[in-house]
Design a protein around this ligand. Structure first.
Ligand code: 9WN
Length: 476
């Protein structure tokens, strides 16, 4: 493992201060333009509502411009929490036309189909979930201005909701019975189109193409997006879940997977929840012990020593009545456990080796960590989650590398992420080799997480203070 002092952001051209200023101004512009008054859209065109894990990542950057606005972002999301504790993956903006995004509120019908599980009545939401980054985001937002946060009672308000969210995941979603959270739809782990889902999805009967209309192709290039066949399967799985009243368990979903990224984020968030508990005078011990249990289960069920990373477990795969089967695909989700603080040292070291080896190329041919194996059968540098690099994944990798002592690697990744965020126009994702922009531009978490990395690098000073004032002067 490496050691050494972090160095300030030193982009290649033309000079550090102007690159930092461009980044700061650009990120602030995106965050202002995507703000709707109570939360931030990932993208004005392609994703015109509030998304769950996007909001958590966005709040992590927004806190540097306005800690109050970042709190509001998270509390708007938490206000849409269901009675059973789930945080829905989309909170719909009623002012947006129904045909602007598919599946729209009239597909999910949360307030009626989810009524028995306590879906909110004041707002329409989806019924599935996304990775639990929220407790980590709440803690980081609090730390941006602990005094103001304490005065507003921010942590005291969010703590019970976050605790209920983690209870939902651990009590209702341990569908494999091995102590890990399972996902029931490829949209739940947030890496929708990963090649890891190809085999489990192949068992799903697609919804007929004439029963729905994709809105994503109005905004994105077809070559960057999932295929129609995959969309048919996404629709089928979501409609079946809705028609089961969004109940977990029983005969359940045709798609059932334990994902290392989702579980790693839950563990990191459970540690954050322990810190939040301490701050509000509650007992942190149950959160620490749950984090430990989850870490043990993650290693037991998903670690593959031969591959040198974590794999997904297909609970519907393997022999009937068994424990499912590991999916032999290397994806960035399998590296994300690097963010788990008390990961066994030898596993952390192996993950860093794998990230830096031929399959992910960190410190070698790539600019950023790809979403999928560079040597994999399905690698495609352009298509959604099948190779391109995402900024949230790279932000998590930077944090994990730093946490486990690979400081020089983390510094280099931070510089590359900052350069790529600006040069790509804050793209949704980029070609991992060239950082050429793909997907939509002015993407919320790209701007927010670049801003967070810039602040962590010490690359901004008085400019940021000025920008902060300007932001704070606007109506919240
Ligand atoms: C479905 C909003 C979301 C992200 C996901 C990303 C994409 C949606 C879509 O956009 O998913 O949830 O329509 O493709 O895969 O990670 O949260 O940015």
């Amino acid at each position: 493992m490496e050691s050494g002092e972090p160095f300030p952001y030193a982009p290649s051209a033309p000079s550090a201060p102007s690159a930092s200023a461009r980044l700061l101004h650009g990120a602030r512009r995106v965050l202002l333009e995507n703000w709707t008054g109570a939360s931030t859209v990932p993208s004005r065109g392609l994703y015109p509502h509030q998304w769950s894990w996007d909001s958590a990542f966005i709040a992590i950057g927004l806190r540097h411009l306005s800690a109050h606005r970042a709190q509001r972002e998270l509390e708007t999301l938490l206000a849409a929490q269901w009675g059973d504790g789930r945080i829905p993956h989309i909170v719909f903006n009623p002012a947006v036309p129904l045909d602007a995004y598919f599946p729209s509120p009239d597909f999910w019908r949360s307030s009626s189909a989810g009524a028995a599980l306590g879906a909110p009545t004041a707002v329409e939401t989806s019924g599935i979930v996304q990775p639990p980054v929220h407790a980590l985001a709440c803690l980081l937002v609090h730390l941006a201005d602990p005094r103001a946060s304490a005065l507003r009672g921010f942590l005291a308000r969010v703590y019970p909701r976050l605790a209920a969210w983690h209870r939902y995941l651990t009590e209702h979603r341990d569908l494999g019975g091995g102590g890990l959270v399972s996902v029931i739809h490829p949209w739940e782990p947030g890496m929708d189109n990963s090649p890891c889902w190809d085999a489990p999805l192949a068992r799903v009967e697609p919804a007929p193409p004439d029963t729905f209309r994709r809105a994503d192709l109005d905004h994105g290039a077809a070559a960057d997006r999932p295929t129609d066949l995959d969309y048919g399967r996404y629709v089928r799985l979501a409609a079946d879940y809705r028609d089961r009243g969004y109940r977990d368990g029983g005969a359940g979903s045709a798609f059932l997977v334990e994902d290392p990224g989702v579980n790693a984020l839950l563990i990191a968030s459970e540690h954050a929840l322990a810190d939040i508990a301490t701050a509000v005078g509650a007992d942190p011990a149950p959160h620490r012990s749950r984090a430990r249990r989850l870490t043990t289960a993650l290693v037991e069920r998903l670690w593959d020593p031969a591959a040198g990373l974590f794999l997904c477990r297909d609970l519907r795969g393997g022999t009937h009545g068994g424990d499912g089967a590991l999916i032999p695909e290397l994806s960035a989700a399998g590296l994300l456990p690097l963010i788990v603080p008390d990961l066994p040292r030898e596993i952390a070291a192996a993950l860093i080796r794998t990230a830096s080896g031929p399959h992910f190329g960190l410190g070698g041919p790539v600019r950023l960590v790809p979403s999928y194996d560079l040597l994999g059968r399905a690698f495609d540098p352009y298509r959604y989650w099948r190779g391109p690099a995402w900024f949230n994944v790279n932000w998590l990798m930077e944090r994990g590398l730093r946490q486990h002592g690979a400081v020089a690697r983390a510094d280099a990744l931070r510089s590359a992420a900052l350069d790529s965020a600006v040069s790509s126009g804050f793209a949704e994702y980029v070609d991992p080799y060239t950082a050429e922009a793909r997907g939509t531009r002015d993407f919320g978490w790209t701007a927010a997480l670049a801003l967070d990395l810039l602040v962590a690098s010490g690359g901004v000073g008085t400019e940021l203070v000025a920008a902060e004032r300007e932001m704070a002067a606007e109506p919240e």
